[in-house]
Design a protein around this ligand. Structure first.
Ligand code: B3K
Ligand code: ZN
Length: 869
């Protein structure tokens, strides 16, 4: 496809799309028909070089056109109904404006097209709409013409100089205002950066625009990659299926990842906005300039771009923290990423949807925008970075762009350039792309006093996953340190080496089992393995409580120090869950006290280390999963820590007060996070002083992080004022959709500390009737239903099965509206086989009920089909 000339006559009821495509016969392909995909299109006309085609076959989704000649112009006119498009894929209406979402296969819902990522064309787009309703008309690339039309209509014409696949097409026609900034690129070109939002939101765009400028600079400095367009636009829309979309020059974002001001957004929101803006911006090179040959290669752009945004955020945090705080700031970011991986990807890898980062089959590609393709994919890129080093990785990236700019390529192409640029063999490494499941690395060490040596044996195994019974050995970088009895890192010298260094080093495990012998160790060391979480694996290492406490206090690697705290907590919680009479060990409380009092540690790090492991992660570690017992155990543990460390929590809360006007800065954010955590523990213990502080903070807060932190603490207590606080919060933000999402999510996800309180299901049902709630808005669904189904297992899996029956009703209701959103909710029950027999029965019954119903979308059918396989 050489060029595509699109004309849109925009109207919510009936939009006319005229599409002129210059098609050139591919000399390498056999002499077949022109194949165009179509979905829910009303085709009005079709011509080839201005005449009726020789023959057309149309099965409703695929159009085959017989055409003679090497170069032909195919023109097709379709009518679509954006106002009735509730799927939010293709062209749809949100708050009277027109927006598109085409990845992965939405473009075929706009016009007939060879809608696959390896067909790239130069697009020219003319938009025509009512001027009063849609004063702003945007598409990809550069504005080349605009003007008035009769009957109050106007038009704009856009031209994108870069060939692109159809999934990167976008248009926006709406009533919007803009915050913009002119900046100069590294090579000296003036470019215009814009953030478009609805009127009234202009005071919430500055952070996103700053993030865009920072992203641009970072990609120039880190990878030598410059913005290639004269204008780069971000548009915020309230109805959007996911976070954001990297359409060429016209990124469309969920409002959640654009809008922020201190009164409405938390520190975490600020952080997410920065990283999503960066992610989409980085796609301009990793995704758009070099794109995917087919959708199996999705991780080529997603894993790589997530890795890039993770590195960017770490650099930004480190820069803000200053030299002294940089290392800790980076570690805190890494810990966040590891938390996400463990909470979302590990369960996926252990369930019926398990797939390699490059899946080898799918029914509905939209189901594969997963934590595996994204987050595990980023871990695979990170391992390459670890193995090749910063410079080697950069050389590989340079080679990648020099070979493949403007092309649609594969994951093999990417790994091959890394191999070529560094002269290393990465054939075995490629197994990470084809093998699913979370590998286990079992480690054992033996210290020999006589020879002053320590032999570390590492053995790997990967459990079977659907369709992959046998697994082969992977290349696993294991970063390690050995800690001496004094708490300091030992000099690491492998047998046969002349010298060693007292710092972390990376061993490469590539066989099923390997041993490494370290010498010159006069005392028995404590191993600290997988530092910085150097591979996406589960480390199995026997450590007694004393050793975990020792590493909690001394491990020089902050990630592992955090991990030691997580492992210790996990052990304690699972013991409490298994035996209601068990006690919280005093040694554990003492280890937490030591961390709490470690004032020299960065507050953001302390907040991470003192927070318990996520409930969904713990559920994954429990066999069989018993969410009610787990919840009870977590509550008991939090209450105990709240009671026994009350004085420390109060002192820490008081010490963490941030003076002055709100600013988004990692140091301030760390203080606020630790203060909010202190309130949660105090609330769990119903500590009167703690609750008084929460109440006071809620009333006097000057920013959302503090206000919402205090509200969360109150809600997670038995304090009678909690309902009043929820009502006050609602009254204050009744017209603010994004803040109300927080309010919905808090209630849907709340643990019930007061046994007399309404069960969460009743509350969720009640909230669904709230005028601010809508099943048509994905953010609302994710906030209320998503939180309840996926982040509140202790309530959702109520023993009477009421949560599961409700789940089935909602999945069915959503299926009829928006299959992508429905499929996401459907996945909440996919791991039903891991639960206790009674829960399994109730879950399976509901999964079967949904599966047996008529009109199931391919999206939902695939998820449930796999769950029941
Ligand atoms: N590439 C998009 C995701 C599209 C999802 C389609 N169902 C956002 C991103 O990863 O940047
Ligand atoms: Zn992406």
């Amino acid at each position: 496809m050489e060029t595509v000339d699109l004309h849109f006559h925009l109207d919510a009821e009936a939009t006319l799309v005229t599409n002129r495509m210059l098609c050139v016969r591919n000399p390498q392909a056999e002499n077949g028909p022109i194949r165009l995909w179509a979905e829910e299109l009303e085709r009005l006309s079709l011509t080839v070089d201005g005449s009726a085609p020789l023959a057309v076959r149309d099965d409703g989704t695929l159009l085959e056109i017989d055409a003679a000649g090497e170069r032909v112009v195919v023109e097709v006119q379709t009518r679509i109904r954006p106002g009735a498009n509730t799927t939010l894929s293709g062209l749809y209406v949100s708050n009277d404006g027109f927006f598109t979402q085409c990845e992965a296969e939405g473009f075929r819902r706009i016009t007939c097209f060879p809608d696959r990522p390896d067909v790239m064309a130069r697009f020219t787009v003319t938009l025509e709409a009512d001027r009063a309703a849609c004063p702003v008309l945007l598409s990809n690339g550069n504005l080349i013409d605009a003007g008035e039309l009769p009957a109050g209509r106007h038009f704009a014409r856009w031209e994108d100089p870069f060939p692109k696949p159809s999934y990167l097409f976008a248009l926006v026609a709406a009533k919007l205002v803009v915050l913009e900034r002119q900046v100069r690129t590294q090579s000296g070109r003036e470019v215009l950066l814009q953030v478009w939002v609805e009127e009234g939101n202009l005071d919430r765009c500055a952070h996103a625009l700053d993030a865009l400028v920072n992203s641009m600079r970072w990609d120039e400095e880190t990878f030598g990659l410059e913005l290639d367009l004269d204008r780069f636009m971000i548009v915020a829309v309230a109805d959007f299926n996911m976070g954001a979309m990297e359409n060429k020059g016209l990124n469309i974002f969920n409002t959640k990842f654009v809008l922020a001001k201190p009164d409405t957004a938390t520190d975490v929101d600020y952080e997410h906005i920065e990283s999503v803006v960066a992610h989409e911006y980085f796609h301009n090179w990793t995704g758009n300039r070099v794109t995917c040959r087919d959708w199996f290669q999705l991780t080529l752009k997603e894993g790589l771009t997530v890795f890039r945004d993770q590195q960017f955020s770490a650099d930004m945090l480190a820069r803000a923290a200053g030299e002294e705080g940089a290392a800790s700031a980076r570690a805190v970011k890494r810990i966040d990423d590891v938390r996400v991986l463990r909470a979302a990807q590990f369960p996926e890898d252990a369930g019926p949807m398990a797939h390699p980062i490059r899946p080898d089959r799918y029914q509905e590609i939209n189901n594969f925008y997963t934590a595996t393709v994204y987050e595990k994919g980023a871990e695979i890129i990170r391992m390459l970075h670890t193995l090749l080093g910063q410079e080697g990785f950069r050389n590989g990236m340079d080679l990648y762009f020099s070979y493949y700019d403007g092309q649609a390529v594969t994951c093999d192409d990417f790994v091959e350039v890394m191999s070529e640029a560094n002269g290393v063999d990465l054939d075995q490494f490629m197994r990470w792309y084809s093998q699913a499941g979370t590998p286990r690395v079992r480690a054992s060490g033996v210290w020999d006093a006589a020879s002053a040596s320590y032999t570390l044996t590492l053995a790997q195994s990967t459990p079977p996953t659907p369709g992959q019974p046998d697994k082969q050995a992977l290349v696993i970088p294991v970063a390690l340190g050995l800690i001496g009895p004094d708490g300091r890192d030992c000099v690491l010298r492998l047998e046969g080496e002349a010298t060693g260094k007292a710092s972390t080093r990376v061993l490469t495990l590539s066989a099923m089992e390997q041993s490494f012998r370290f010498v010159d160790l006069p005392a028995e060391p404590v191993p600290s393995l997988l530092r910085g979480f150097s591979a996406p694996v589960i480390l199995e290492l026997e450590e007694d409580d004393a050793r975990l406490a020792f590493r909690m206090a001394h491990d020089a690697d902050p990630c592992n120090r955090w991990d030691a705290a997580q492992r210790y907590a996990e052990r304690v919680v699972l013991a409490l869950a298994a035996d209601p009479d068990a006690q919280v060990p005093a040694a554990y409380v003492q280890a937490m006290r030591t961390l709490l009092n470690a004032h020299s540690l960065d507050p953001a790090f302390r907040a991470q280390a003192l927070a318990l492991p996520g409930e969904t992660y713990l559920l994954e570690r429990m066999t069989p999963a018993d969410p009610l017992a787990l919840r009870a155990a977590l509550q008991r543990l939090m209450r105990t820590l709240g009671e026994q460390l009350a004085a420390e929590w109060l002192a820490v809360f008081d010490a963490m007060q941030v003076a002055g006007e709100y600013r988004y800065h990692p140091r301030d954010a760390g203080c606020r996070a630790l203060a909010n955590l202190a309130l949660r523990y105090l609330a769990a213990a119903d500590d009167a002083q703690g609750l008084a502080r929460a109440q006071q903070r809620f009333d006097a807060a000057t920013n959302m992080t503090e206000r919402f932190g205090a509200l969360s603490a109150l809600v997670h207590s038995t304090h009678p004022a909690r309902e009043q606080a929820l009502a006050a919060f609602h009254a204050r933000y009744r017209d603010d959709a994004l803040v109300l999402d927080k309010w919905f999510a808090l209630q849907a996800g709340a643990w019930r500390w007061d046994p007399a309180a309404l069960p969460t299901l009743a509350r969720v049902r009640h909230l669904m009737a709230d005028p601010a709630f809508s099943l048509s808005n994905p953010n609302k669904v994710y906030a209320l239903l998503g939180t309840y189904f996926r982040a509140n297992p202790g309530e959702f899996h109520a023993a009477d099965g009421s949560g599961h029956a409700f789940w089935a009703d909602q999945v069915l209701a959503l299926n009829a509206k928006n299959p992508q959103v429905a499929a996401r909710m459907a996945r909440a029950l996919e791991n039903w086989r891991r639960f206790t027999p009674a829960l399994q029965h109730s879950m399976r019954t509901q999964v079967q009920r949904v599966q047996a119903s008529d009109g199931l979308s391919a999206d939902v059918a695939e998820v449930l089909g796999k769950a029941l396989e």
